[in-house]
Design a binder for this molecule. Structure first.
Ligand SMILES: C[S@@+](CC[C@H](N)C(=O)[O-])C[C@H]1O[C@@H](n2cnc3c(N)ncnc32)[C@H](O)[C@@H]1O
Length: 395
């Protein structure tokens, strides 16, 4: 094993290693990984090696700082894998280990180039192209070899962007119990499946996810797919958000492009559950359009298209302020939308005080009165908000 140890040390220390593929398990075990693919990746501006462990029906990832990668790679050869192909721009090294641990290393012509090295080191998505992910294959986003279909690349990026946002809020979710997540208005559920895959399979977090939608045919299709993928803690139900009363404790509420005030109904549920995290991308905000009035804003409001966009933005400003008032720290972030329309704002609210509620209520009521708005969310959550005084109402 000394010659192999020396080679691995040299390739990692010099940063020459472009990829390593380890295969042929020493002992066949049905639940163990049967292949490991290792690639350099840049994370937080530092070189890491990503170890992708391929099992029969899943792939898990571990990112190891380059300085610490030598030991786990060597251990894989020592403990479980009998074959390896280590690639650099200079040469490929084929490693073969006999049953009695005799090592042979064959040096071959390089099959990788500098371009492969740079490609591997570029920013990586949470779900990587080139590695088949069962739900993405089933949803027709990639083929069985992990190649993303050209027409589905936008969807692939959107899913990854969503998962990056989920990754950011992971520390805000409870760690001491099974997580409960509800996706309201889940529709075809691309992002619901992505959430399940990321949290349950990649992050190994115990959880259950409920997807709810009005459309029975879509829900039936999603349920069949969850069964096929063996996602046994992912449940799809037909129902209206406002009537959903089946759970007592929910840790995270997701609602993506639920129409008009369906978003507000979802936000109300989330607040009443005291959910730790809310991720919401609103859509089709018609409510304020029919309410908003202010003579001083007539140059804006007299143009239908401007009034529509202004009403949508004002609705999100109102939602964010109301969530702050109800004990959340709320941010509005850009979300990639498939149609590149203005429907690209994600409301991310994390449980925790956003500041002085008296000042926030003052700011909120001035804004709402200026627009003569009567927001659904305020009405629905009146018992959770400060009581309005007669002088505020008259403002
Ligand atoms: C534009 S689709 C978005 C689907 C999915 N969340 C996504 O982002 O791809 C909106 C979905 O919300 C559902 N929906 C709208 N109002 C609803 C309500 N009150 N209760 C449950 N589902 C609702 C619709 O049936 C539709 O499937």
């Amino acid at each position: 094993m000394d010659s192999l140890q020396k080679l691995i040390h040299q390739l990692i220390e010099s940063g020459e290693l472009i990829s390593a593929t380890l295969s042929q398990r020493r002992k066949r075990e049905p639940d163990a990984f049967n292949k490991v693919i290792i690639k350099p990746v840049e994370l937080k501006k530092q070189l890491h090696y990503q170890f992708a462990y391929h099992y029969n029906n899943k792939v898990t990832h571990e990112n190891v700082p380059a300085a610490e990668a030598e030991r786990p790679l060597m251990e894989l050869f020592e403990q479980s894998m009998r074959q390896g192909l280590l690639c650099t721009t200079e040469a490929d090294y084929q490693v073969l280990i006999s049953k009695k641990y005799k090592v042979s290393i064959l040096t071959k012509t390089a099959t990788k180039t500098e371009a492969d090295l740079n490609h591997n080191r570029k920013k990586r998505y949470i779900l990587d192209e080139g590695e088949p992910v069962p739900f993405l294959v089933e949803l027709g986003i990639m083929n069985a070899d992990g190649k993303v279909f050209a027409k589905k690349y936008d969807k692939f990026r959107q899913i990854n962007r969503f998962l990056e946002m989920v990754q950011d809020i992971l520390p805000s979710l409870p760690e001491d119990r099974e997580l409960t997540i509800v996706d309201f208005g889940c529709g075809k559920s691309y992002l619901t499946f992505a959430l399940y895959h990321y949290l349950n399979i990649q992050q190994r977090r115990p959880l259950r996810i409920v997807g709810l939608d009005l459309k029975a045919d879509v829900i039936q299709h999603c349920s069949q797919l969850a069964d096929k993928l063996n996602y046994d803690k992912l449940q799809f139900l037909v129902g209206d958000i406002a009537d959903y009363n089946e759970l007592d404790q929910v840790d995270m509420v997701v609602t993506l492009h639920a129409c008009d005030t369906a978003t507000d109904a979802a936000l109300e549920k989330a607040v009443r559950w005291d959910a730790s995290v809310i991720l919401s991308v609103p859509c089709c905000q018609h409510e304020l359009f029919s309410q908003v009035e202010n003579d001083a804003l007539s140059p804006l409001l007299s143009h239908g298209i401007l009034k529509e966009r202004f009403s949508a933005l004002a609705t999100d400003a109102i939602r964010a302020k109301l969530l702050d008032l109800m004990g959340y720290r709320t941010q509005l972030l850009e979300f990639i939308d498939m149609e590149h329309t203005p429907k690209n704002i994600l409301i991310r609210a994390v449980k925790g005080s956003a500041g002085d509620t008296t000042t926030m209520w003052q700011e909120y009521s001035v804004f709402r009165n200026m627009l003569q708005a009567r927001p659904y969310l305020e009405n629905a959550c009146r018992d959770l908000l400060p009581q309005e005084t007669a002088s505020e109402a008259a403002l």
